[in-house]
Design a protein around this ligand. Structure first.
Ligand code: GLC
Ligand code: MG
Length: 558
């Protein structure tokens, strides 16, 4: 007897309406006093993350690693490095997160291993070894030059090749020499990396963030990069057809699991159009990071361009965007905007005045765009990059500043008590005495509460997550758009200048000053500086102020 057909589930997958939060484990929280964050630290703050309202965590690598690239050099994909904890502890973490309604995705690093991975150790024993062709080798030539002109990612003066004297062959590494690239042309490599995915999916993770996923296919001829792009690392250029076929196989693997497991890819190609191709025909990545917005300045024109390019490249293929302002590889956005301001001639007093206002308005931007937002740990505290003295620098890629540890309280150790002889691995960001989780949680007007209220507003209906987005022209230097889903409508207006702007309400063609943008009669549902909420919108924005305007009397955010 056949069972009645269940109605087709047409509800959107969870990752379209979710707000993600990136955890860089070394810098999030420490549970054992060695000065390096760990899984125990994450477990002890899960409730704090749930309080913020986020839906999902992306946890950067915690696998066994010699830590040359702080975990992105993996020597065992299926175990937790003792520095971070144990597999059992990871299982507890996932269980506890799920109990709080938080999904968990983890980093998967399929392009390269550590040179200490048993596969590479074997490969390096000689040309005839079992794993030799799991990596990319080329014979040395008489002139002693590397096999091609590809440049590695951290040292832009260094070739992406290292000569193995013993065998007289070079091996390829798009990153550090301690991170040899896997050879995905060898089917056993693809199978082994699929097994890694299954290992974690079977343990209950909700998906993966795939590290430099656009690099798993290489042009078989390994041709030189064109002279016009000399000095750009090959990892930012690699874009070949075979990768798409490999992504389809990965996607089939994920889709065979229940529960809408997700793959979000790091496609570090600085063109949204190129990034869009990695969604395939809905059969490759579910989501992809898109870097132009992460590098964009605090300027209306830059953001209009990012939004228009995203709509043009992604909507046409039914691909769902992501939005990211900061991560573990780039200066935090507050720091980026401050630096750009200084470079554009802003005086230090103005930068100091605008700095947090910009960070608050950027939060409104991130959490009201159409697509899935990813927060980077600490941006909810408005953290700046740490200032790292030369003798404390540890990252080969110069990224220590954005990896400064999260200050949890105002005590002298900021919630990172260390055992005798241990030191927190990096200095704290500026002002940890005031700018810490405990102090900002106690202050209802803080940026932390702003993030919480924004996430709450985003989750209240579907306009701010799934709804349509229409750009509006309402004033010079102001980025504005309407988000709509059925009758539910919000207008978001963000002043990216330091001055007051009176909004005109002109329509997208700039045709007139009539209220075609529909600002009239709207109520301030949320304001980045916390003022005027619940009141009728005055029609003007203070410098670096962002507002979310509701159509009618809005629900009062808590
Ligand atoms: C990605 C990671 C970065 C890492 C690199 C090599 O870009 O985000 O942190 O260094 O890949 O794995
Ligand atoms: Mg620790």
């Amino acid at each position: 007897m056949s069972s009645p057909m269940a109605p087709a589930d047409t509800s959107p997958p969870w990752w379209k309406t979710s707000v993600f939060y990136q955890i860089y484990p070394r810098s999030f929280a420490d549970s054992d006093g060695d000065g390096v964050g760990d899984l125990g630290g994450i477990r002890s703050h899960l409730a704090d993350l749930a309080w913020l309202g986020i839906d999902a965590l992306w946890i950067s690598p915690f696998y066994r690693s010699p830590m040359v690239d702080f975990g992105y050099d993996v020597s065992d994909y299926c175990d937790v490095d003792p520095l971070f904890g144990t597999l059992e502890e990871f299982d507890l973490l996932v269980g506890e997160a799920h109990a709080l309604g938080l999904r968990v995705i983890i980093d998967w690093v399929p392009n390269h291993t550590s040179d200490q991975h048993p596969w590479f150790i074997d490969a390096a024993t000689g040309r005839g070894s079992d794993h030799r062709d799991w990596y990319v080798w080329r014979d040395a030539t008489a002139d002693g030059a590397p096999p091609n002109n590809w440049v590695s990612s951290f040292d832009l003066t260094a070739p992406a090749w290292t000569l193995d004297e013993a065998s007289g062959q070079w091996y390829l590494h798009l990153f550090e020499s301690a991170q040899p690239d896997l050879n995905w042309d060898q089917p056993a490599v693809e199978e082994a990396m699929h097994d890694v995915l299954r290992f974690w999916l079977d343990r209950g993770v909700d998906g993966v963030r795939a590290d430099v996923i656009h690099c798993i296919g290489k042009d078989p001829d390994l041709p030189d990069d064109p002279p016009a792009v000399a000095g750009i690392p090959h990892s930012a250029l690699n874009d070949v057809p075979v990768t798409h076929q490999r992504l389809r196989a990965i996607r089939r693997l994920l889709d065979a699991y229940p529960g809408d497991r997700v793959i979000v890819g790091e496609v570090y190609l600085l063109s949204t159009e190129a990034v869009a191709t990695y969604y395939g025909q809905g059969d490759e990545l579910h989501l992809s990071f898109n870097f132009p917005p992460l590098l964009a300045l605090w300027q209306q024109g830059a953001w209009v361009r990012c939004i228009e390019e995203t709509v043009a490249a992604l909507d046409s293929r039914g691909a769902w965007p992501t939005w990211v302002l900061s991560n573990h590889d780039n200066p935090r956005h507050r720091t980026r905007y401050d630096r750009a301001g200084a470079m554009l001639g802003e005086d230090p007093a103005t930068t100091a005045r605008r700095s947090e206002a910009r960070a608050r308005a950027a939060a409104v931007l991130l959490l009201t765009l159409r697509g899935t937002p990813f927060l980077y740990q600490g941006e909810e505290l408005g953290l700046l990059d740490g200032v790292i003295p030369p003798d404390r620098r540890v990252d080969p890629g110069g990224r220590d500043g954005c990896r400064s540890p999260v200050p949890w309280d105002g005590s002298p150790d900021h919630g990172w008590p260390t055992a005798e002889g241990a030191e927190v691995w990096l200095p704290f960001p500026p002002e940890p005495g005031q700018r810490n989780r405990q102090a900002l949680e106690a202050d209802a007007s803080s940026i932390l509460h702003l993030y919480r209220r924004l996430i709450g507003l985003r989750h209240r209906g579907t306009a701010l997550s799934l709804g349509t987005l229409a750009l509006l022209q309402v004033g010079e230097g102001v980025l504005a758009y309407e988000r709509r889903s059925g009758d539910e409508s919000y207008v978001v207006a963000i002043n990216l200048t330091g001055q007051v702007v009176e909004l005109t309400g002109a329509d997208a063609d700039g045709a007139d000053t009539a209220d075609t943008a529909g600002l009239h009669g709207r109520t301030v549902a949320l304001s980045s500086d916390g003022n005027d909420e619940g009141r009728a919108f005055s029609g003007s924005l203070r410098g670096d102020q962002a507002v979310v305007l509701a159509a009618a009397a809005p629900p009062v955010p808590d």
